[in-house]
Design a protein around this ligand. Structure first.
Ligand code: SAH
Length: 394
């Protein structure tokens, strides 16, 4: 490629390059030519003249470059299809073909691209300008590789603003049905895909749901952020004595209930549209007649940037403290966070502090992360975002 646009790294940027991180920040480049269209694939040179790599360049974004390829090798013309294909091969090895996160952004060599697969429905989200320019190629590749019924773009994330991108939602191939179906850990779920949260289903908790199966036996379970019933149905199916499934979204509760009936678990679960904070307060005050001995906390991410970090951690601490206070001896708490700003260390500190404040002895039974179809890059801590702890009250 002779007409490549060349960008130059500052000397001071070289130390950070050693980590192999896929992002290059705007202050790490010698000069930013704002006339280069956002999303152009550029070649990045080190101060010694060698090629650091090639990636999407956005002169408007703090993340100036998202590397697609490190080192001097050129990027294949067909890289979108090749990388989606490789991402699929990895999932297939895990036994995940039909229902999974098919592409997880940088972790699959596809910066700013999320694809969730629901059989022949593909829910896609683009988060950066370079990937937006690749949209036709993404549609082409999915169409060729999977013969889908629908490829839908839910490009509504607030992060798009940082890239100068508008938000919109559109079906670019086939037509999107109102509902779709998945099977996970032997349970069937209907997903209101046209009006779902995020890209439809929280596949990232699949392994944690399965992990908890043996712990649910004979328990009275309170799932405070149930969404479409993932943990609640798993609990009911795994021999829980009683399950309460709560969510603040009416749509979520409607479908969680639908899903319980679909799986013959309707008689075991009580559904309630409510705010978790209110129930935790009532529990803490002893104002709830039947006490759970297993509480699940899986709140939505409120830490979208570093500025909200301390508020997010405080909320996590508060909820964890209230739940532990409300639990009886031998009670269990499963608590999760899903912000990449809350690192594993912050998470452990927060739950330890919260447990300490209750004055009860607690034990950390297990620490876990996101499911394997959301791989973590060692070179990029931001790819690790989900933390899950199982705590027992002594
Ligand atoms: N546990 C779910 C995923 C939860 S996502 C699963 O396994 O699939 C977070 C959920 O919390 C969403 O469904 C959202 O509607 C709900 N939510 C948001 N704010 C809430 C609140 N204050 N109280 C209860 N639920 C809330």
């Amino acid at each position: 490629m002779t007409d490549e646009i060349i960008l130059h790294l500052k000397k001071s940027a070289m130390k950070r390059r050693e980590s192999g991180h896929s992002w290059i920040f705007s202050n790490e480049l010698e000069n930013i030519d704002t006339s280069i269209p956002a999303g152009t694939i550029c070649r990045v040179l080190r101060p010694d003249g060698g090629t650091a790599g090639r990636g999407f360049f956005n002169p408007r974004s703090l993340i100036a470059i998202r590397l697609l390829q490190k080192g001097k090798l050129p990027i294949s013309e067909n890289f979108i299809e090749e990388r989606i294909s490789a991402a699929f091969a990895y999932r297939r090895e895990l036994g995940l073909e039909k229902y999974c996160r098919l592409a997880f952004s940088e972790a699959d060599g596809l910066p700013g691209l999320i694809i969730d697969r629901y059989g022949d429905i593909f829910m896609t989200e683009i988060l950066c300008a370079g990937m937006e320019m690749m949209k036709d190629k993404i549609v082409e590749a999915i169409a060729k590789l999977f013969r889908p019924k629908a490829i839908h773009f839910r490009n509504t994330s607030r992060f798009r603003e940082l890239e100068g991108l508008e938000t919109y939602e559109r079906t670019e191939f086939g037509s999107l049905p109102e509902e779709t179906y998945i099977e996970e850990n032997g349970i069937n779920y209907t997903i209101p895909i046209a009006e779902s949260q995020k890209t439809g289903w929280y596949y990232d908790q699949r392994e944690n749901r399965a992990f908890l199966e043996p712990y649910f036996h004979d328990r009275k379970v309170l799932d405070l952020h149930t969404y479409l019933g993932g943990f609640a149905l798993t609990a009911a199916k795994s021999g829980a004595q009683q399950v309460w499934a709560v969510d603040s979204s009416a749509k979520a509760i409607e479908y969680a209930e639908k899903n319980s009936i679909l799986n013959g678990l309707g008689n075991k679960i009580i559904f309630q549209k409510a705010k978790a904070e209110h129930l935790l307060e009532a529990l803490e005050a002893g104002a709830v007649p039947e006490k759970p001995d297993f509480i699940l906390l899986d709140p939505p991410n409120i830490v979208h940037n570093k500025k909200c970090l301390s508020q997010g951690i405080k909320m996590l601490e508060k909820m964890t403290q209230q739940a532990i206070t409300a639990l009886p001896k031998d009670g269990l708490l499963a608590v999760s966070t899903c912000s990449n700003h809350i690192t594993r260390e912050f998470f452990i500190n927060a739950i330890s502090k919260a447990a300490g404040k209750t004055g009860k002895d607690t034990m950390l039974l297990e620490l876990r992360g996101q499911a394997k179809d959301h791989p973590v890059l060692l070179s990029m801590p931001e790819t690790e975002y989900l933390h899950f702890a199982l705590i027992s009250v002594r």
